[in-house]
Each structure stands twice: as C-alpha cells, then as structure tokens.
Write a protein that binds this ligand. Structure first.
Ligand code: PMP
Length: 453
C-alpha cells in the first residue's frame, strides 16, 4: 500500500532532499518526478531494478520503452566493449562503417527509409524531419494531433496534454501551449488535429493545406492507442493529394509494435519516419529517414546527388538544409543498436507472447474483481485503462477513464515490487518471462483484493 511504499523508500526520500539542492525539483527531466517523490534506482539487471533502499522491482517502465533487451544485456555490453577496443575514443568525426551497416539494417525493416540521417535523440529526429518537410515543400506550418508527443521543443509542444477546459471542440481542437516561455506564435503555426477522426482532419487540412508542410503523427498515440486502419489509410491519401508530407513518429512504436514499426503493421508508407529509443540499445539516438527525393534536401552542396535531385520545391540546390551534430552516428551507440536488433530478430516473438499473456491475465483479474479495465496496446507496449467506454480512440477518451484509481493502483504496485511510474505505459523486454508475469499478476491480485475503487 502507499504506507508500505513510504516505509520502504526512506533512502529515496532522503536522496531526493539532497538532489533538490542540485537540480530544480531534484530531477533532470520533469517527467521523472511524481508525487509523493520518485524512487531513486541504483542497480539494474535483466527485468529487475533495485532502489537505494535495496528494494527490488520488476521494471515495466524500461526507461520509457528504450530497453527492449532489459537491463545490461550481455550482447550489448560485448558489442560496446568490442567497439571501444577496436576504435579507441570512438568518435571519428568522419563517415564510418557502422553508419552504413546500421542503415542497411534499418532499410530492410523500414523500406520507406530510402535515405536516412542520425541524430542524438528522438527530439532531434522529429526536429530534423520537420525542417526537411519545410525545406522540401516550401511551407512553414505543421499539423500535429492532440495528445501526441514528439519532443520538448516549441513547435511540437502544443496540445500534448491540454486541460479539456482549454482544448476547445473535439472536432476542431484549439492549440494549447504546454510550457511557460513558449512563443505565442506557435498557436498559429502549429495546427492541432483530432486523432482517429478523418472527416474533421480533412476539413482542417483542406482549409490550411497551402501553409502546412507536414502532418506528424504517432501511429499509435503514446505508443498504445492505435490509429484505426481506415483513419491512417485515409490520412495517407489525403496528405498525398494536398501536397503535405506525412511523418510517422515511430520513436516509441518502432521495433515495439512490430520489428518494422507501425508502418509494417498498417502497410502504410509515410514520407518520413523518425526512430529512437530501442534502436539506441539504451544509449541516446535518433534516426530520420524517408523517400529519397525528400531526404536529398539535406545533402551537402557539392555532393553528387544534390544536383541530380534538386526538384525540391522550397529550396534551390544552392540553398542547403542545415543538419549537424558532434555526436551524430556515434559508433558505440550504433554498435549497441545493431546488437539489439540481432537479438530481437530471434526473441521478438517471445516478447510479444509474454506481453499478450500479461494483458489477458490482468484483464481476467480485473473482471473477477468487477473493475472495468482494458489492457490496450499492440505488440510489446500496453496501458492499463480503467474504463467502461467500449472504444478508447483518442486523448479525450482517455481523460474520461478512471485515472485517479489507476494512479492509486500504480502507487500500490510500487509497494508490491512492480516498477511502473504512475499512469505510464507498460513496456516489456526479452528479459521478461512467465515468472515475472506471474509475480506481476500476484501483486495486482494483492492490491485488488483490498477493494480499491
Ligand atoms: N517522439 C515520441 C513518439 C516519443 O515517445 C518520444 C520520447 N518519449 C520522443 C519523440 C522524444 O524522444 P527523446 O526523449 O529521445 O528526445
């Protein structure tokens, strides 16, 4: 229970007091904070993490989905050490072999990524994707969906988690700024769309298509609420017709809903794709890739291809799109990512089966306790959604579910040795087995038996 949690995590609390003297709120990303205080982890192996009080937890946060092989996988460690031994300091500042090897691996799984570039995070990947779209189309506004997250910069930090009081009509959502310090101009330049509502999207896009360079979308909102196939197929056709590029942000869904991401699942080809998280094997990375003629706007002046493919409408061959980064394509990280893919190719089915097992056993358990619940998600991510609503299709539906009870259950779960940041998604890894599923269901059983409502 919450009392157990507070009793068990004294050292975390004391550490947080110290951390508050260093970092505002004691954390280095707001998302890492939760009330009453976040748990401070100090060790991790496989599916398990240990906190500074010595409590062990089964980890379902997995660094927000990044760790698909669990913690400290031996093949990642070996690949990283091998790379360090072969190449010393590991940062060439030149093109190198692993960039191409990783690129070829990506292209076989994501054929729509005909050319690609590396970045250092998912945030940087969507930032570059949007700049490429603006350069290619010569248009300056973007459209994004209510409730979708693409990184922490102004252009996309609009209507990610808006209060329903400010969010306007469901079929034509208002743009809401998500941070202090943002320019009001983004209320004009970032257009907000309703997820899974094709008719309303069509109206908004037709009204604004002359200004919109790209529609950026999480094909599964927050990694778990799926786009209806008919919605995403319709969006593909519509954007093509209106000369708007379609960007799939697969930072979260990539390798998780399917090895080839949501685009493999839906058989829909975006113009540009962004990847991150899993493909870094636990290290910071992002990848942007897409149709060759689009991606070529980022080719340097003087490179052979730029003259052959200067059909981009927004810029001439003499104007070059700027993309840089000291650490782009970092060899150690690409080695970790390649090791991750090679393990995943053999073990993906195991992860998918374990996830299905956990989902169905949890649903059965909630049913037994007469609490309406759906384990919503595809592949290796899902969320426990407490709802009687038949279909959860967008951000607003989710706000109407029992988030209060969900949060309470999550805090109890911490007391029971299940690591789930309140209200977050469950991600599984190759290290999660039948044993962890069983312990997790038992922990839930324990909590639900208390009669929480
Ligand atoms: N896009 C999506 C869909 C994400 O889930 C995230 C991270 N949660 C990002 C972009 C940003 O990635 P990063 O945290 O690596 O900058």
């Amino acid at each position: 229970s919450l009392v157990t949690f507070l009793e068990k995590t004294n050292q975390s609390k004391r550490f947080l007091e110290k951390a508050e003297m260093i970092m505002p709120g004691g954390v280095t990303a707001n998302i890492k904070y939760f009330a009453p205080y976040p748990i401070v982890l100090s060790k991790a192996q496989g599916a398990y993490v240990t906190d500074v009080d010595g409590n062990q937890y089964i980890d379902y946060l997995l660094s927000y989905g990044a760790l698909m092989l669990g913690h400290g996988h031996s093949q990642i460690k070996e690949a990283v050490v091998r790379q360090l031994e072969e190449d010393g300091t590991n940062l060439f500042g030149t093109p190198h072999q692993l960039e191409v090897e990783m690129g070829e691996t990506i292209q076989t799984l994501y054929p729509s990524m005909e050319r690609l570039r590396y970045t250092n995070s998912g945030t940087e990947a969507t930032l570059l994707a949007l700049r490429i779209a603006a350069a290619y189309t010569g248009k300056r506004k973007i459209a994004k969906f209510e409730g979708h997250y693409h990184g922490g910069y102004d252009e996309v930090l609009v209507s990610v988690n808006p209060s329903l009081a400010k969010a306007g009509p469901e079929e034509r959502p208002h743009a809401v700024l998500e941070s202090k310090g943002m320019s009001q101009s983004h209320l004009e330049t970032t257009i907000v769309l309703p997820f899974n509502d094709l008719e309303s999207c069509e109206q908004i896009l037709r009204d604004n298509h002359k200004d919109i360079s790209a529609v950026i979308i999480e094909p599964l909102q927050a990694g778990f609420i799926p786009a209806k196939p008919i919605f995403i197929e319709g969006l593909r056709k519509l954007t093509e017709e209106l000369d708007i590029l379609l960007i799939f942000d697969e930072v979260k869904t990539g390798f998780r809903v399917s090895l080839g991401g949501a685009q493999e699942l839906y058989h829909v080809e975006p113009d540009i794709t962004t990847l991150g998280k899993v493909i870094g094997g636990g290290f910071p990375v992002g990848i942007v890739g897409g149709r060759k003629d689009i991606m070529m706007v980022s080719a340097p002046k003087g490179s052979a291809d730029v003259f052959d493919h200067s059909q981009s409408k927004g810029s001439s061959a003499s104007e070059v799109l700027f993309h840089s980064g000291t650490y782009n394509g970092h060899p150690t990280i690409l080695a970790a990512g390649l090791a991750t893919i090679s393990v995943l190719k053999n073990e993906m089915n195991h992860v998918l089966n374990t996830t299905e097992e956990l989902k169905s056993r949890l649903e059965w358990l909630f049913q037994k306790h007469h609490i309406p619940m759906k384990a919503i998600g595809v592949g290796s991510i899902f969320s426990v959604v407490l709802t009687e609503i038949e279909k959860i299709q967008n951000y607003r539906d989710l706000q109407l579910t029992n988030l209060r009870l969900r949060k309470e259950i999550d805090l109890h779960l911490l007391g029971e040795g299940i690591y789930m940041k309140p209200l977050n998604r469950y991600s599984l890894s190759t290290a999660h087995t039948e044993l962890e599923v069983k312990s997790t269901v038992q922990a839930y059983e324990h909590i639900l038996a208390k009669g929480l409502r």
